[in-house]
Design a protein around this ligand. Structure first.
Ligand code: 13P
Length: 341
């Protein structure tokens, strides 16, 4: 089946009361790991690429690898999503290339660092919604700012400085007409999120629940949702790495979010940790090896394990065959007739 609309996946997830992981990719092995995990767990998937990933892979490589994924895994509904588009132009170029979903992150200015104004955010997101929906493409927006800047994107703050204001979230959805809303509840990108295990209090789960109560039909998105498991940190450090002690977002808190309107959960760091640990292990144990496959294969397998586990924990496992995919043309038509969506 061709790449499908993220809106359809999230609508189905809302009906079924589950969440869908959105996993970041830069290369073939990461795409293969996600698709294998999806097949093993029978999960619909969201594969996402940031601006950094698009430039690393000269984005046409990435796009064609995704086409290969749809050919090789025809039973898996697969979305190709742009993570953190920084401008209308970036989103437009992704849509033109064939991404079936885009994030317009107008919570920051186009430099990807400076918090923007509400007015700027509404204007940029609304513009992307008009362009995207005419083609049946899904739009995610963000209100409030995440912390961290490890991946070159983020306000560089601690995650608690720009939490989402529920009143603003309601206005934002009304003015933009977006499909999915990323909210800031205290998470940040990267491995160094918390210096001790966070509670629902640290993570402002109450605020998430309030936003869901006020916007019960909007698909909420949790960014910065890697759990940064200790066993993955330990493998890296055991084989010569130097990670400092750190905590991520506990899976139980994500599951609480899923019971309260979270439909898309962004995970990148956990997979990076799994890949790096597996590669370090081979380098350490078999210093005579020089065939890249000797370490890329275990790296791919390690990422697949993490992704399959998250798919099960988020509840998307078993749902790949629930529905027939709707074409982007049909989605465009539905956006035109809002009642039908
Ligand atoms: P992590 O760094 O927690 O994996 O978050 C990834 C993310 O939110 C990508 O948008």
């Amino acid at each position: 089946m061709p790449l499908v609309s993220m809106r359809q996946l999230l609508d189905e997830a809302a009906k079924g009361g589950y969440g869908v992981g959105a996993f970041n990719v830069n290369n073939m092995e990461q795409i293969q790991a996600i698709m294998e995990a999806a097949r093993e767990t029978k999960s619909p998937v969201i594969v996402q690429a940031s601006r950094g990933a698009r430039s690393y892979s000269q984005d046409r490589f990435l796009y064609h690898l995704m086409l290969a994924a749809t050919e090789l895994y025809p039973e898996i509904p697969t979305v190709l999503h742009l993570d953190h588009g920084n401008s209308v132009e970036t989103c437009k170029s992704a849509i033109e290339m064939g991404f079936t979903s885009v994030m317009m992150d107008g919570s920051l200015m186009p430099d990807g660092k400076t918090p923007s104004t509400f007015e700027y955010n509404v204007k940029a997101t609304r513009e992307v919604v008009e362009i995207a929906h005419a083609k049946g493409v899904t739009v995610e927006g963000e209100i409030g700012c995440l912390g961290g800047i490890e991946d070159g994107h983020g306000a560089g703050l601690d995650g608690l400085s720009h939490l989402t204001d529920p009143d603003q979230a309601v206005e934002f959805v009304k003015f933009t007409g977006l499909d999915a809303l990323a909210i800031a509840i205290g998470t940040s990108h990267g491995a160094y999120k918390f210096t001790k295990k966070p509670t629902g209090e640290t993570l402002k789960m109450e605020r998430l629940m309030e936003i869901h109560r006020r916007l019960p039909h909007v698909h909420l998105v949790m960014h910065g949702s890697s759990s940064v498991p200790k066993d993955l940190q330990d493998i890296i450090n055991q084989y010569g790495g130097k990670l400092k002690p750190t905590w991520g977002v506990p899976v139980e808190e994500i599951q609480l979010g899923i019971r309260n309107g979270v439909r898309k959960i962004n995970v990148d760091t956990d997979n990076r940790l799994a890949i790096t640990g597996a590669i370090r292990k081979v380098f350490f144990e078999k210093p005579e090896e020089f065939d890249p496959r000797s370490y890329l294969k275990p790296a791919r397998e390690a990422m697949k394990k993490v992704v399959a586990l998250r798919m099960t924990q988020f509840g998307q496992a078993g749902h790949a065959g629930d529905y027939a995919p709707v074409s982007l043309e049909e989605m465009a038509h539905r956006y035109h007739e809002p009642v039908a969506v």
